[in-house]
Design a binder for this molecule. Structure first.
Ligand code: 3H9
Length: 702
């Protein structure tokens, strides 16, 4: 987004004034915009030749909200003042809404007397996602217009409401095609110019009596807010304010909203969430793109391998409306894959997050195929076969024979070197990694792994594919574990070694859920299966004589405790119940290992556990950036937020670490290096940032 100040223009069509916000690309309410809106509305009211006003956005969008970069800085005028100027206009104001109408944008539209939208309009109040609440009257005007339940749903979910639903809710008066919006708005404004009294949302009483009598109007919202309220104040304040909208006069409600907004704007949670918003957008910027090159959309993908990952990726394509072929040579495995897909959709149907018609449409998009000739015309292939290098090389050699010259050849490998795989083809420039995270149809992260030979076009096409699937694509270099898993691996090592020193899985998990993770790392390990990393550990141990073995998980796997799927792992599980229950057998295995190794037992504070796990990963993340395997430290934050469930209100691993400070972390890492040896060797980048007094999150690859 450019920093040039936007403008608000004033035009006329007959007796209708057109006030247009022009602040590309999304007409955010940047510096000066609010003041100009007030001036233009005043001008129109003073203009004797004008009877009505249309408020519009230049280009394809109305207003995407307040300018997020300005939060925390002084503002000459608040958004609620400019919204109030619209509401107070003596001449009717019609909001002409195309594209995004979000946050402060919708709040300005709500202050207008009428709202006309296009079929492309997306309306919403996404402030809670930034740790905020609507701050320009949204919590007071929306319930007056659409009722308490609808308002709470829109404000607490932050979701975008499409035009047809907005019409149904009464959020807009009329829908038109985008090409005729301005004409329709001007005609409409001229038609209602003489209507008095003006239909102000502020005076609406339609819903209020019924809402006041509805004893359950707040139940669902209150439950949601109290679940989130442990870490986030926004949802709680939003419920409080919507409740106030039933009890207080509008001006008082808006005053209270302003107070709460000011508190949240300066809160740590909102700062972290705003950081995460921009870090995700920065991750999308891939250096080296040829000028003017627009990567084509993947339209005919194929997925090879119908296991858990392959079928998850196929679902991700079907969910995005893209027809996809699922290739598996073994007929039975193919059938199992299709059954797994059907079961995933059936579970969604049970949770009522999808309809049977939608399932039928998506299943029809997934075509099971058995031979390479069935995918020869595909424009992209994502290989998700067994994680063994010889198997992968065989697949890529076959692909090289059959695929079109411009096909994108991607591997979902989570660790194997991209160059070794690419070397099985005569077109290594077309090969890259697209590493999805399980479950692939749910998790938002897609690591785009660049091999030495991958062309920039291949990387840009793969990244676009991820984005078109609704994922966040982050480019990384090829190394063991790539950037995401590699940066998390030390956390996993430390959590196992803490056990040998006297901690228990339940304690470690509680520390991490208290921190904000939805699940603790041991519970996650039970969910994905303890056996998953067993082979990798064996491989590493064989390759590195100095490798520190993790005896506890190895022993559990050898005892058959592979996790939830067998009812026992780090915890035990009752049949049909996913609640993890502490198991004395595990405590016994841990005690045995500690005894055999002669490790003295001690207790840990929660803070020490948290630091031990996360500092290990901070140190590794610094090594990854230093080696150029991630483009920026903030990209690693994006990976942790979208691949590992790191609590979003903490910004990300390195953003969180900056709250403690690079120097303090470096000191601690050095101490543990002395105590525990080479796995804690401090990263040069960490030492450098600590010495310079800089911020870890600002680090970029050399
Ligand atoms: C608010 O309104 C508070 C009010 O209650 C009143 C306050 C008193 N500000 O995402 P994209 C930039 S809170 C500044 O890549 P897309 C973005 O960083 C706000 N910058 O496009 C990027 O810049 P760059 C409520 C913004 O098509 C460029 O625009 N509103 C803002 O994938 C393109 O963005 C929101 O929370 C902004 N408001 O998605 C909406 N919005 O090119 C936040 C965008 O330099 N925005 N930028 O990297 C979004 O959710 C998405 O941007 C949107 C478009 C869905 C609109």
């Amino acid at each position: 987004m450019n920093d040039a100040a936007g403008t608000v223009t004033y035009g006329k069509r007959g007796r209708v004034a057109i006030v247009t916000i022009d602040n590309p690309p999304l007409n955010a309410l940047g510096p000066g915009i609010r003041e100009s809106i007030v001036d233009r509305v005043r001008e129109a009211n003073a203009d004797g030749g004008i009877e009505a006003i249309v408020l519009a956005g230049a280009g394809r969008h109305f207003i995407a909200g307040a300018d997020i970069r300005q939060f925390g800085k002084a503002r000459a005028m608040s958004s609620s003042t400019s919204a109030a100027a619209l509401a107070a206009s003596a001449k009717p104001v019609v909001a002409a809404i195309d594209g995004y109408c979000l946050g402060g944008g919708l709040e300005h539209a709500l202050a207008c007397h009428y709202r006309i939208a296009t079929t492309d309009a997306r309306l919403g109040l996404p402030e809670v996602k930034l740790g905020l609440i609507p701050g320009a009257g949204g919590t007071q005007r929306l319930p007056r217009l659409v009722g308490i339940r609808n308002a709470l749903d829109i404000i607490l979910s932050g979701r975008h409401v499409a035009a047809d639903e907005a019409l149904e809710l009464g959020l807009v008066t009329k829908i038109v095609e985008p090409s005729v919006l301005l004409d329709a708005a001007v005609d409409f404004a001229a038609g209602v110019a003489a209507v008095r009294p003006l239909p102000s949302v502020d005076a609406m009483e339609t819903w209020r009596e019924a809402d006041r009598r509805d004893p359950h109007a707040f139940d669902a919202a209150e439950q949601l807010a109290s679940r989130q309220g442990r870490h986030l104040k926004g949802p709680r304040y939003a419920v409080e304010l919507v409740r106030a909208s039933l009890q207080l006069p509008l001006e008082e409600g808006i005053r209270l909203e302003g107070e709460r907004f000011a508190e949240l704007e300066n809160s740590e949670e909102s700062r972290a969430l705003r950081y995460a918003f921009f870090a995700e957008r920065t991750a999308a910027k891939i250096p080296g793109a040829p000028p003017g090159y627009v990567p084509p959309r993947v339209e005919r993908p194929a997925v090879i391998g119908a296991g858990t990952m392959g079928s998850g990726i196929a679902i991700a394509f079907a969910d995005a409306g893209v027809p996809v072929r699922l290739l598996e040579a073994d007929g039975e495995a193919l059938q199992r894959g299709m059954q797994r897909i059907a079961a995933t959709y059936a579970a969604k149907l049970k949770r009522k997050t999808i309809t049977q018609e939608e399932i039928d449409a998506r299943m029809a998009l997934i075509r099971p195929v058995a031979g390479y000739h069935d995918i020869a015309d595909c424009d992209a292939v994502i290989e998700a076969v067994f994680e063994r290098i010889d198997v992968k090389r065989e697949v890529f050699a076959r692909l090289d024979e059959v695929m079109n010259a411009d096909a994108l050849l991607l591997t979902n490998s989570s660790a194997i070197d991209i160059d070794t795989i690419a070397a099985a083809t005569r077109r290594p420039q077309s090969v890259a990694g697209s590493h999805f995270f399980a479950p692939a149809n749910v998790m938002k992260l897609c690591e785009i792994v660049k091999g030495d030979a991958s062309s920039i076009q291949t990387i840009l096409r793969a990244a676009r594919m991820g984005r078109d699937l609704g994922k966040i694509s982050v480019v990384t270099g090829s190394c063991d574990g790539f950037a995401a898993n590699r940066s998390r691996a030390p956390l996993v090592t430390e959590m196992m070694l803490l056990l040998e020193e006297g901690a228990l899985p339940g304690q470690v998990d509680k520390v991490m859920t208290d921190f904000g993770y939805p699940m603790g790392p041991f519970a996650v390990s039970d969910l994905s299966g303890l056996d998953i990393s067993y082979d990798t550990r064996k491989r590493r141990a064989a390759a590195d004589p100095g490798y520190r073995k993790l005896y506890v998980p190895d022993r559990l796997v050898e005892m058959g405790r592979k996790g939830q799927k067998v009812g026992a792992g780090w915890y035990r599980y009752e049949p049909g119940d996913r609640t993890p229950r502490p198991d004395p057998v595990v405590a016994q295995v841990i005690a045995e290992v500690a005894r055999e190794l002669g490790i003295p037992q001690r207790t840990f504070t929660d803070d020490e556990i948290l630091r031990r796990l996360l500092f290990a990963s901070v140190n590794e993340a610094c090594k990854i950036v230093q080696e150029g395997k991630a483009l920026r430290a903030s990209d690693i934050d994006v990976m942790w937020l979208n691949g590992f469930g790191f609590p979003r209100h903490r910004g990300g691993l390195l953003y969180w670490a900056d709250g403690i400070g690079a120097a303090a972390i470096h000191r601690q890492v050095c101490e543990w290096h002395e105590l525990y040896g080479k796995r804690w060797k401090p990263a040069g980048l960490l030492a450098g940032i600590a010495a310079a007094g800089g911020r870890l999150r600002d680090a970029v690859a050399p």
